[in-house]
Design a protein around this ligand. Structure first.
Ligand code: F6P
Length: 365
């Protein structure tokens, strides 16, 4: 198959480094293969809209993108071609499958192959489209680092940096006031951000979805610290963490076409529980979308750039239905089906977990 024109799309929640992938992929496609590149606005919605919203991506349009957060293409974490939320004139929403129509539209505008930059939801869509014969390759993105088959997604390291910076700042105020300070971080059902930022920021308690916690064990840990002369405590809690016998708290359910509920509230809940245990100066800070914003860290820029170049090379090799992945400091190609087969939780036996346990960090278990 001779490739002349490729389309790039960014799907799911944004993450620092998306623009760096776009830049690298565009440069590689033009300089290495002399292909034409276009981008779909707001994931695949741009191709499905009338009139279509697709833009030409040339070298000029990616100048200065390396350090820019967000995505110049826009993104969406609702729906997708297989579960497209169609809003009726009466305000009701019907979820319809527009995947065949998407493929027809891509053919009509002469697209030979697609680069799908996204997390597990986007890669699931990519696999579905590949099964229907669309030549597509994936690039793993998400601050949550919860995509299997790659050692790291881009966006994660910047999120950890942002969370660590926040923990550093909360440390000084917690210490001044002898307070218990709870920091709620993102990560969905995986505790990677909480664990990494917690260890990097010197937290004394880290709560992750993989280890249901007991409030009384956290309280006992804070009391032991106080006896040892430390009158403040820093607790990092992942938004998906939950007490033993409980479930993760949600802020609200998603609308039609949205796969996951919006997690949140465990920090505030825990704060109230600890106040009941006698820690009256407990304060809660929810970092939220700060973790998704801003300039990508140098490590994320490097990873994003390596992924962008490798994804275009995959197209040149005709290796479709594959995703680029980081393995032992090399970028390799793995079947997308492998990446979406399992959710990537924190391995409780990994070195970082053992390090944290070795430091006496409490996990509430
Ligand atoms: O998957 C990335 C992520 O930021 C999660 O950590 C978080 O649970 C979710 O997206 C938030 O989604 P939204 O941007 O729709 O609020």
């Amino acid at each position: 198959m001779e490739v002349q024109k490729i389309l790039i799309m960014t799907g799911g929640g944004d993450a620092p480094g998306l623009n760096a992938v776009i830049r690298a992929a565009v440069k590689r496609a033009i300089l290495g293969y002399d292909w034409e590149v276009i981008g779909s606005i707001e994931a695949f919605n741009g191709v499905l809209d009338d009139p279509m919203r697709v833009i030409k991506l040339d070298q000029q349009s990616v100048t200065g993108l390396l350090m820019r957060g967000g995505t110049i293409l826009g993104t969406s974490n609702t729906g997708g071609p297989f579960e497209f939320p169609l809003r009726r004139p009466d305000g009701t929403v019907e979820v319809v499958d527009r995947s065949d129509e998407l493929i027809r539209r891509l053919h009509r505008i002469g697209v030979d192959a697609v680069v799908s930059i996204g997390g597990d939801g986007s890669q699931r869509i990519a696999q579905g489209l590949a099964d229907k014969g669309l030549p597509i390759v994936g690039v793993p993105k998400t601050i949550d680092n919860d995509l299997d088959a790659t050692e790291m997604t881009f966006g994660f390291q910047t999120a950890v940096e942002t969370a660590t910076d926040a923990i550093d700042k909360l440390h000084t105020t917690a210490e001044s006031h002898d307070r218990v300070m709870i920091v709620e971080v993102m990560g969905r059902d995986a505790g990677w951000i909480a664990l990494s930022a917690g260890v990097a920021g010197g937290a004394d308690t880290i709560l992750i979805p993989e280890i249901p916690f007991h409030v009384e064990r956290i309280a006992a840990h804070i009391k032991r610290r106080r006896k040892a002369g430390h009158h403040f405590a820093i607790i990092v809690v992942a938004e998906g963490a939950f007490p033993q016998g409980g479930t993760a708290l949600t802020v609200k359910q998603r609308e039609a076409g949205q796969p996951n509920p919006i997690l949140g509230g465990v920090g505030r809940w825990l704060g109230e529980e600890l106040e009941h245990c006698g820690f009256h100066q407990t304060r809660v800070c929810v970092l939220g979308h700060l973790q998704r914003g801003g300039v990508p860290s140098p490590m994320d820029r490097l990873l994003a750039t390596r992924y962008g170049v490798a994804a275009v090379d995959l197209i040149a090799e005709g290796k479709f239905a594959h995703m680029v992945a980081l393995r032992s400091d090399d970028i390799v190609a793995i079947p997308i089906s492998e990446a979406i087969a399992r959710y990537r939780n924190v391995n409780l036996d990994c070195n970082l977990m053992r390090t944290a346990r070795g430091l006496g960090i409490c996990f509430g278990d």
